[in-house]
Design a protein around this ligand. Sequence first.
Ligand code: ZN
Length: 99
Amino acid sequence: MKKEVEIPISEKDLKFIVEDEFDQIVDLAKHNSFCSNCYGKNKVEMIEYTLILNDLNDVIFQGICKSCNGRIARYVEIGEQAKFRMRTEIVKESKVNKN
Ligand SMILES: [Zn+2]
């Protein structure tokens, strides 16, 4: 069975992978996350997030809802895009070899 890989990455790593689309992706994650507590009530903004790269080469933002302090996450699909693949592999390699 294939082991699921989740690699923590930094914002710098994400910027390296997605280049010009960085701001757009961060904005999407921060302001378009779903919070079950705040749905329909408060504006949801994700704060204090960390980034995870999964085995599909997609990025998961895991953070906190600014309105209610609940834990929220946003999945951003970048793994399907061929243009990011090479740099994603470079980041993965560098993380895996570190330990
Ligand atoms: Zn909330």
